[in-house]
Design a protein around this ligand. Structure first.
Ligand code: 6LW
Length: 518
């Protein structure tokens, strides 16, 4: 039987939502404090995904400044209705305030509108278009009167005004009250409204639960088969864990598939973040059945029927990324992000390579440091880069970063010592405290540096005297989400900072290479 490899989107792509327009599928994921916001992918077969654009990519559309990396844009939903694409999402502000918004586009490749705020409480908004043309927004909020998890509610969205109207309908409190019911999506099948949700929190207890009703406003009755999909009961050594937060789509030839998030831990920790897995769904009189043959999410899954007969690549989309980027004058690809806002000219491709004007803000700031990064998408991979930089002061540095969040990362940077001699320094920041792990002299402000990652650790390397030297290895679990906290996986990138000093330092990155290793 022809198969494909899961995850279909490797690396940090949590909270997937999917829709179909004709024979085209579109998928969006959370982007947190990374900028641009809300990556949007296109596929014709559900397996091979190509990034089309970002939904929010103009300066000033969202205020991400000051936010923790795991705050920002959470759990967008994408829907297509009568020629218009809609994305609803939430801006999480220091995990306390939540601002829900909607954006629209005629073409998913853009332009997308500016965000229009909606008076919606809570997180994880979704849209459902009923047969009568009315649109309903569902979302999750703290249970009223309980101040805790969780309650799914619904209100009508006036599509002309893009405004919530009419009363709030409380739909459901989950299969287990108090188990963090969130990520609601509503579907209608054979006259029955099916509400599916995530429950159990986005860690080991995560799962997909369901309820159903004969009328849209309810009452919703818990599907006694809940959880419909979970790996919480599985051995901790299973390759895929924490599955949940699913969205369903029907193919033109009548199959249903779910996209869901999951992680691939090693010895109990994961570094790649929550990734997108594709799961077959069948329908019975009781509702959707996830993974009817295997009962769970698999690394190797049967191809969607519309994809059989097409020649599929050996593995999933993430492996198609270009290995070495030379940073000519053309714009950076969509796989590159900054933190909390655009960098303007501060980091720019140029004929001589990527020019990084040192920012005063360090990577530990919650502003917009001079930093660009891409997701780590393979446990076994390496990054290499050649950087020229002559620091004017030991506080100035530029180099490679393995980044989890502003309190938890490692840098391998070119700088100078107290005597002004160039050196490469490896520093680890753990829960906000910096520790220098290694340093080595280099010639005249130029270095070839690398990080090699595998199941055990991240080895930081320096090239000199015709060979690579290992400076130190940081254990892999240090960079895990379990250790760092929050909702994201590792990003690998390039940065330059003067650590608060005034100055005009500029680093030049000749090339950057990201390559999976077998
Ligand atoms: C997302 C929500 C969640 O909105 O994490 O734990 C949030 N659950 O569903 C960010 O991914």
């Amino acid at each position: 039987m022809p198969t494909f490899r899961n995850p279909v989107l490797p690396g940090c792509h949590p909270d997937p939502s999917i829709c179909r327009a004709g024979t085209d599928f579109y998928l969006v994921t959370s982007s947190f404090a990374y900028y641009p916001s809300i990556p949007l992918f296109h596929s014709r077969d559900l397996v091979e995904w190509r990034q089309l654009t970002h939904v929010l990519s103009r300066p000033g559309q969202l205020a991400l400044d000051g936010l923790d990396v795991s705050d920002g844009v959470w759990a967008p939903t994408i829907r297509h209705h009568e020629g218009t694409f809609y994305v609803v999402s939430t801006l999480a502000v220091n995990r306390q305030g939540h601002l829900t918004f909607v954006v629209t586009a005629d073409d998913p490749a853009g332009p997308w509108s500016d965000p229009i705020p909606l008076e919606a409480e809570g997180i994880d908004p979704s849209l459902f278009f009923d047969d009568d043309g009315r649109c309903w927004l569902t979302a999750c909020r703290d249970a009223v009167g309980e101040g805790g998890p969780g309650e799914l509610w619904m209100r009508e969205l006036d599509l002309e005004l893009l405004k919530l109207v009419g009363p709030t309908h409380v739909l459901w409190h989950g299969a287990v009250r108090g188990a963090w019911v969130e990520a609601p999506h509503l579907y209608k099948r054979d006259g029955v409204y099916h509400l599916i949700a995530a429950e159990g929190g986005t860690e080991r207890n995560h799962g997909v639960t369901a309820a159903r009703a004969g009328t849209i406003t309810g009452p919703y009755v818990t599907d006694p088969r809940s959880p419909l999909l979970t790996h919480r009961h599985r051995d901790v050594d299973e390759p895929i864990q924490n599955v949940g937060h699913a969205d369903l789509v029907d193919t033109p030839d009548g199959e249903t598939w779910a996209v869901t998030l999951g992680v691939r831990p090693i010895a109990g920790t994961h570094t790649l973040g929550r990734e997108v897995f594709l799961v077959p769904v069948s329908w019975t009189a009781h509702g959707p059945v996830f993974a009817p043959e295997s009962g769970g999410v698999r690394l190797s899954e049967r191809l969607p029927s519309m994809a059989t007969g097409r020649s599929m690549g050996p593995s999933s989309s993430g492996d198609a990324a270009p290995a070495r980027v030379h940073f000519g004058e053309q714009a950076l690809g969509p796989e590159w992000y900054s933190l909390r806002g655009p960098l303007g000219d501060r980091v720019r491709p140029s004929a001589g390579g990527l020019a990084i004007d040192l920012g005063t803000e360090p990577l530990s700031s919650t502003g917009v440091p001079a930093f660009i990064a891409r997701r780590q998408q393979h446990v076994r991979c390496h990054v290499r880069t050649r950087i020229s930089f002559m620091a004017a002061h030991p506080a100035e540095e530029a180099g490679l970063a393995v980044f989890q969040n502003q309190d938890h990362y490692a840098t391998l940077a070119l700088t100078v010592d107290e005597n002004g001699s160039p050196q490469v320094v490896l520093t680890v920041r753990d829960a906000g405290t910096d520790t220098r792990l290694a340093c080595a002299p280099v010639d005249a402000g130029e270095a070839l540096v690398a990080v090699e990652a595998d199941e055990d650790g991240y080895t930081f390397r320096l090239f000199g005297d015709q060979q690579w030297t290992n400076l130190a290895t940081v254990e892999r679990s240090f960079f895990s989400t379990e250790r760092a906290g929050g909702f994201v996986g590792v990003y690998l990138g390039l940065y330059g900072t003067s650590n608060g000093r005034a100055g005009q330092g500029r680093a030049r990155v000749h090339w950057f290479e990201y390559e999976p290793r077998g």
